[in-house]
Design a protein around this ligand. Structure first.
Ligand SMILES: Nc1ncnc2c1ncn2[C@@H]1O[C@H](COP(=O)(O)OP(=O)(O)OP(=O)(O)O)[C@@H](O)[C@H]1O
Length: 661
């Protein structure tokens, strides 16, 4: 049985409701909880903070007329309530008039008859009495009301008038009926007296004050030049009003130059804030990430230039309001790039812990990597597109096309340290693991590790072993999603290199080498480059794309755009799940060297070392709800089995005949 903290009756859209704030002791099946409408239920006079269990507290709205279909939700969980505000006292026109209209209906005025018209003028003094009442147009002619009757109506209206003054309480809440795209909804609740409104407001606010994960003061950086330059507009018109409605105090800084946010976060006092927000793209998020992590490292007096440094987690969380060109980080952490969804996730204090990697070159620390480091093709696109900023977001497409035509490749050595065996095995559904393959792959890889001189082993043997090993490591084809079990297994804070870590050295000509800490989904790539990489499991994916004909590389790009779930099956692609990687370009001459880009920013260095740090950064985000995507995908799979193609098959009838003869 739920314990009721507060109960009253109210009107919503002219329907009578029982409103109750309850703590549902039985969390499961809460939606099925039967709330009795028995007024004798005992209700405590005073709610104490201790009696409120935030995760079980709910607002129930039970219509008195249960038969009536209504759009008002029967239950709103406390976590989704944004604010409750008393607005004004108003006369409830519709409901009050409904009684009067029945009276007036009986009176039945008409304007058609001139006699009646003249009579009505004699009642001019009374016209004001009925002017506020909706007069139905009736075609039949009836006698006018007597004076006595009209006065009796008016006196009854006067006596009821004070009852009709209802106090309005505006309740705003998050509508998560679409689990991916969140929305804000508002309810106007009418209660009889101001006292009831005061008490309701007080009780709801008391309950809201127990939600510890919610931020109260935020610092927001808006990049007015991000994306199509819409960040300021999105922030002022859409985001700020929602923050105000939720009673969150925000200090807004509209940046004047690059790295302003980063410098602010390193140097200024941040004690009064519960989180920082960026309104812009991935570059802007990266700035905040650098600023916060560098500050924390300084405060902890870490030697950040040491590649083996273990970085510490900042106290503040980062929220991202998407207003950039690609918004890959928002796509990867909320499922879409919708400013309202992101704002609501910040307000309710959704928290997602993500891995961050440190990047070092031969001179020391370079930067933190949140999403992706690219060497070669994608780095070259960033380098090229930086010169063509005047083209806006189109610059990426133009630069991409140019790089594709050039089809450059770079001689490189890559040393990957596979994610520690215990963590990779823990993620494998054990029934799927072929133990024989596993042991042979492991022993082969040990062999590889110990024999770095590739001449001692045939090239084919190396390739086969690596393919087996690569498949083993990636046999966990599970998406990282909201409340991800794999990320929850937080065994050790940092993915330290252990003696049992397996190292593989690869050397060759590569068109592109990509390290992905997030899938990097965008509007142009539904699954991202690496769909199964997890946000907080202490590992990241390395994708090597070997030199090939343009058609080979085009197939890779096509799969990235459409369905990259089995990208490693392409002959020119290898994928590894790793905790550490060293990328060492072998320079024959300086011009044959590719560009490095990390989270959309260019880097320099001859040799880059990347090392992952598990769940060191907290974001205001919920993670991805993948059910819908999986559903869509399985529909496509069904289609695929029918006609063998993801595209609509022109010979569909023929295909169906083949399957169902
Ligand atoms: N006022 C400013 N003037 C110029 N550059 C700025 C300013 N404020 C921020 N920047 C820089 O602009 C870069 C790009 O910004 P942002 O990431 O917001 O947009 P984008 O590059 O279009 O989006 P995306 O990274 O998603 O493609 C950031 O690295 C940031 O450092």
């Amino acid at each position: 049985m739920p314990s009721i903290l507060y109960s009253t009756t109210c009107y919503i859209k002219n329907d009578l409701y029982h409103l109750r704030i309850c703590v549902d002791n039985n969390d499961q099946n809460s939606t099925n909880t039967q709330i009795t409408t028995d007024s004798s239920t005992s209700i405590p006079n005073d709610i104490t903070i201790d009696s409120i269990i935030p995760s079980l507290t709910r607002l129930h709205l039970i219509p008195v007329n249960e038969q009536k279909l209504t759009l008002v939700p029967r239950e709103i969980i406390l976590d989704h309530i944004l604010s409750v505000k008393q607005t004004n006292t108003r006369l409830n026109g519709n409901r009050k008039h409904s009684s009067d209209i029945s009276e007036i209906n009986n009176i039945n005025f008409t304007r058609t008859s001139s006699i009646e018209q003249s009579r009505r003028t004699s009642y001019s003094t009374l016209s004001s009495l009925i002017s506020t009442v909706t007069v139905p147009r009736i075609s039949t002619i009836r006698r006018p009301p007597s004076l006595a009757r009209l006065f009796s109506i008016q006196s009854r209206r006067d006596s009821e008038a004070h009852l009709m003054h209802k106090t309005l309480v505006k309740l705003s809440y998050v509508d998560v009926s679409n689990s991916i795209r969140w929305n804000i909804k508002r309810l106007e609740i009418e209660v009889d007296t101001k006292d009831i409104a005061d008490t309701l407001q007080l009780k709801v606010n008391l309950c809201l004050s127990t939600l510890k994960q919610r931020p109260h003061r935020l610092l927001a950086f808006v990049n007015p030049f991000g994306g199509k330059g819409r960040a300021r507009f999105v922030y002022d018109k859409t985001v700020l009003p929602i923050f105000e409605e939720a009673n969150i105090i925000v200090k807004s800084i509209y940046t004047q130059r690059a790295n302003e946010a980063k410098d602010y976060l390193i140097n200024e006092d941040l004690n009064e804030y519960d989180g920082v927000i960026c309104v812009g793209g991935d570059g802007m998020f990266s700035e905040l990430c650098q600023g916060l992590l560098l500050r924390t490292s300084q405060e902890a007096q870490l030697n950040i230039n040491d590649p083996q440094v273990n970085i510490t987690q900042p106290k503040l969380r980062i929220g991202i309001i998407p207003a950039g060109s690609t918004d890959a980080i928002v796509f990867g952490t909320t499922g879409l790039n919708d400013p309202i969804t992101s704002t609501l996730q910040i307000i309710v204090g959704e928290t997602l812990s993500i891995d961050i990697a440190t990047i070092h070159n031969e001179q020391g620390f370079v930067r933190f990597m949140a999403a992706m480091l690219a060497y070669g093709f994608f780095g070259d696109i960033i380098h090229q597109s930086d010169k063509w900023r005047f083209l806006g977001p189109l610059r990426y497409d133009v630069a991409g096309f140019c790089q594709f035509i050039l089809n450059r490749s770079y001689d490189t050595e890559v040393i990957v340290t596979l994610a520690s065996s215990d963590s990779s095995q823990s993620t494998l559904p054990m029934s799927n693991v072929n133990h024989e393959v596993e042991s042979s792959a492991m022993s082969d890889s040990q062999h590889l590790t110990n024999n770095t001189n590739s001449e001692t082993i045939g090239n084919n043997q190396i390739d086969n072993t690596i393919k087996v090993l690569g498949k083993l490591v990636l046999s966990t084809s599970v998406f990282c999603k909201r409340h991800c079990e794999k990320c929850a297994e937080r065994k050790n804070h940092n993915a330290n290199k252990t003696n049992s870590s397996l190292e593989i050295t690869r050397r060759g000509k590569y068109t592109t080498i990509n390290c992905l800490n997030m899938p990097c989904r965008t509007a142009k790539s539904k699954f991202g480059i690496s769909p199964f990489v997890h946000l907080g499991d202490g590992s990241f994916d390395v994708i090597l794309v070997k030199r090939s004909w343009r058609t080979g590389f085009l197939r890779f790009l096509w799969q990235v755009a459409n369905d990259s779930r089995s990208i490693e099956n392409l002959p020119n692609v290898e994928r590894y799940r790793v905790s550490e990687v060293v990328i060492r370009p072998i320079h024959i001459n300086q011009k044959r060297c590719g560009n490095w880009a990390c989270d959309g920013e260019l880097l320099c260095g001859n040799e880059i070392k990347i090392r992952i740090h598990r769940q060191v950064l907290n974001l205001f985000a919920s993670g991805i709800q993948f059910d819908n995507i999986e559903e869509n995908t399985s529909k496509k799979e069904k289609q695929k089995t029918k006609c063998g193609s993801l595209f609509r098959c022109k010979k569909r009838k023929h295909c169906k005949k083949d399957i169902n003869p």
